[in-house]
Design a binder for this molecule. Structure first.
Ligand SMILES: NC(=O)c1ccc[n+]([C@@H]2O[C@H](COP(=O)([O-])OP(=O)(O)OC[C@H]3O[C@@H](n4cnc5c(N)ncnc54)[C@H](OP(=O)(O)O)[C@@H]3O)[C@@H](O)[C@H]2O)c1
Length: 226
């Protein structure tokens, strides 16, 4: 990533998303573009995806929704795609994430879908993380508030100690996108795919972000001005 790259705060990004929606490029379209760009970056690095175990760890916000879209885009070509939602699907926060969850529910042949509604959820997730070739962190994005709540810190530790290639959606969970503050637990990604512009807090935190790719998600330039 070029050091001269222009950064943006999560607050500015939220305003841009709202203006984009007002112009007619909805948050659902932005989510589709974000998930598709993630999938493209992964396929570039793993051209032969057949037989790979890809584990998506999704939170209840739009960061998780981006991961769900990515899972759908990677579902063809013979990988084993597993999506673990850390909450119940009823607690998904946004219509965009709910829509994408419901699509995955209709893909039982190509996607294994789990939600945190049964006792063995966390052990099953831990096994998947240990055996995963690629692990996608869609746990939390710009909507994180305060200290991370369990089970997220424990899951982050499992992801960090696994041998899989780790991809962060927008930012590694545990890294404050505004300030760059690193929580006591934070995903150490190999690759961070961040959307539209690099978030200020990502810069200079290479240990957590790994390689940073800035992906265009189709925001009209008109949405970037007041
Ligand atoms: N569609 C779009 O316009 C668009 C465009 C580009 C990118 N995105 C993606 O959307 C993301 C932002 O989505 P979002 O605003 O829905 O936020 P989010 O970061 O995906 O999730 C926010 C949710 O996480 C949980 N949470 C917050 N703080 C927590 C903590 N300390 N510990 C545990 N859980 C916590 C809360 O849910 P609970 O109350 O359920 O715990 C909260 O509602 C971006 O980072 C990006 O990935 C969206």
């Amino acid at each position: 990533m070029s050091i001269a790259m222009e950064s943006i705060t999560p607050k500015e990004m939220g305003l841009i998303e709202d203006r984009s929606e007002a112009i007619g490029v909805s948050k659902l379209i932005l989510m589709e573009n974000a998930g598709a760009s993630l999938a493209r970056e992964i396929r570039q690095r793993f051209p032969n995806i057949e037989g790979r175990r890809i584990v998506f760890v999704a939170g209840s916000g739009n960061n998780g929704g981006d991961a769900m879209v990515c899972a759908r885009h990677l579902a063809s070509g013979g990988p084993k795609v597993m999506v673990f939602l850390l909450k119940s699907s009823e607690s998904l926060k946004t219509s965009e994430s709910s829509i994408n969850w419901k699509i995955l529910e209709k893909m039982p042949k190509s996607v294994d879908l789990y939600q945190n509604t049964f006792d063995e959820f966390v052990p099953k997730l831990v096994t998947a993380i240990e055996e995963g070739d690629i692990i996608v962190d869609g746990i939390l994005g710009t909507g994180v508030k305060g200290e991370l709540r369990e089970p997220i810190p424990s899951i982050i530790e499992k992801i960090n100690s696994s041998n899989g290639y780790k991809v962060a959606v927008d930012a590694p969970t545990g890294l404050d996108q505004a300030t760059g503050h690193v929580s006591n637990v934070c995903i150490n990604a190999d690759l961070t795919v961040t959307f539209h512009k690099v978030k200020a807090g990502l810069i200079g935190n290479l240990r957590e972000t790994g390689e940073i790719v800035v992906a265009s998600i189709g925001i009209p330039p008109e949405a970037t001005k007041d």
